[in-house]
Design a protein around this ligand. Sequence first.
Ligand code: BGC
Length: 365
Amino acid sequence: MDLRALDPVARRAALRARSIEIIRAGQAGTGAYIASPNFRTYHYCWLRDGSFIAYAMDRVGEHDSARAFHRWVDRTLRSVAHKVDRLEAKARAGEPIALSEWLHTRYTLDGREGSEDWSHFQLDGYGTWLWALCEHVGMTGETGLLEEFRPTVDLVVRYLSLFWDRPNYDCWEEHGDQVHPSTLACLYGGLKAIAAYRPDLDLEALCQAIRQYVLTHFVHGGRLTKFADGRSVDANLLWVAVPFGMLPPDDPVMQATVAELERRCVTGGVHRYPEDTYYGGGEWLLLTAWLGWYYARVGRRDRAWDLLRWVEDQADPEGNMPEQVCERANDPTMIQPWVERWGPVANPLLWSHAMYLVLLEELGG
Ligand code: BGC
């Protein structure tokens, strides 16, 4: 049946159920979430996507799914823990570090490192994992997990403490020669969250240093910028406020940042950034839901509902939600080259479904 033929209320209920079903179907027995089942390049579990998906599953009460993901992360990172000793020794000796030596950004569903070349050095997913784990513990009261995962939590905290201000690839796996405010927001959010459960880690000074770094380098003309250039913008700047709380959502800097996003990244749905050409640089469902999440948090619920409806309108007849839609791409000439390289846009993308669920929960369904 074509879900688009249903009345809005029935369609919403169907899309909610379908989103949970797609996420469950995309969770391996190991607990890993595949980024997208129908897109070969995404047959891995990214810490970034996975952590937000686990958070969404917690928000809709699917705690066993989220717990299984966190156990997968724990097992996976235990198996690569020795790498951090080596990284620390190399860093202290001032030796260069190759891309594959860093902790990877994505793992196979059975928890191994992939063998393909990839922009592995991305810190954001590690911070986001700490945050999502603490959210899980907060929502379920399963504090025992923090004991069970203690060596892994300590490892991640050590890794982030050592390398937080090193240039690394952003959440779009680009610009590895820069430090990114959205990445620092993930680190801040994760370290703040774990600090509340683990005062022994003594993380307050580090959290304040990360926050100060962002305010010093990435606020220009009263708003946040993607780079330290004073002009650039990226929808991932939303993360500074929601969910990571480095600035309150109604802070004037956040308000000015969102106004700039509305001017330069929103054409109905939300583009990653104006210069994006990945599949032409289309409108991303997960970012559109994110902007809705932001508006819900500042009390602009009408705008949040509009964005939710926009996301719903992008689902296909079976209720699958793609990564992006390309009708209003930044650069339409760049759609076909990507289709030839990797096939049609990833659909369904589990992270899109996750952010839809988060916004729906935020608006009270
Ligand atoms: C995105 C990443 C994402 C990955 C898997 C990439 O195209 O830039 O943010 O983690 O796909 O969904």
